[in-house]
Design a protein around this ligand. Structure first.
Ligand code: SF4
Length: 256
């Protein structure tokens, strides 16, 4: 079993291992995360202010509070832009400033806060959904040989057969990447220009954090009806849609 599930108690997962949730859940937790971050920094400033004020009277603590206010304001504007992009149907920032940039860090920090409330998997699921929505809209195209499908070892036979069938139809190579390290090695060796990765929410979060900044990735999460790390099911129609959408028409196999 992947170490992400070390604390699993052996009982069936909630919702049959389907962690779908409304997008607003992520935005609520992301706002809480940014507020907690600003609050933590404010507390630090509060504790350090007397010393810093003695060292640089006149400059501190006022400059620190102004910097904190500006930083918190920018964070709020950023989250607003991500939400407006998601709900408005148009990406308002370039990918380097959104799904392949600070949004990846925001997803991971928000996941940490969600863990404290026992909502980790749901929040991660929605964070990945939002990431995918933003990434798909970029309309990127690659050749068949430039796309790679990475799958985990926990797929059910039915899901595995379905993935292999889609990959065969579009002539896209498939690799089983049992751990993040292996996935990174496959990517280093094959040098794809885009990846469709399949994993549970927990594994996908680390995968996106490590890879999505360097390479365009779409992340398909799974359902875990029999608990973590076995018999995972996935949305094959979604996978085919992504594979077909990413492959440029000129390089599609003739029979498609
Ligand atoms: S992707 Fe599958 S094998 Fe890997 S941690 Fe998630 S459930 Fe376990």
């Amino acid at each position: 079993m992947g170490h992400e599930w070390d604390e699993w108690n052996g009982r069936p997962l909630p919702g049959g291992g389907d962690f779908s949730a409304p997008p607003a859940l992520f935005f609520r937790f992301a706002a809480l995360t940014l507020a907690a971050l600003a609050g933590g920094v404010a507390l630090l400033f509060y504790l350090l202010a007397p010393r810093l004020g003695a060292l640089w009277p006149g400059l501190f603590p006022r400059a620190l509070w102004i910097a904190l206010g500006v930083g918190a304001g920018l964070e709020g504007i950023y989250l607003g832009l991500v939400a407006a992009s998601y709900y408005g149907g148009t990406n308002l920032l370039p990918e380097r400033l959104m799904e392949r940039g600070p949004y990846l860090r925001l997803m991971n920090y928000t996941s940490l806060v969600a863990r404290a409330f026992g909502r980790r998997d749901w929040v991660e699921h929605v964070a990945i959904d939002i990431y995918n929505t933003l990434a798909v809209r970029r309309g990127r195209k690659v050749g068949t040989g430039e796309l790679l499908v990475l799958i985990p070892r926990c797929l059910s036979k039915q899901a595995l057969d379905g993935v292999l069938e889609i990959a065969g139809r579009y002539e896209v190579p498939v690799f089983v990447a049992t751990r993040g390290q292996l996935a990174r090695r496959v990517i280093r060796e094959r040098r794809p220009r885009a990846v469709v990765a399949v994993a549970c929410e927990r594994d996908m979060m680390t995968g996106l954090r490590d890879v999505a900044g360097k390479l365009p990735v779409l992340g398909l999460t799974m359902q875990l009806p029999n608990g973590p790390c076995r018999d995972a099911a996935l949305d094959l129609a979604q996978m085919e849609q992504w594979v077909r959408g990413w492959i440029s028409t000129s390089s599609l196999p003739a029979s498609r």
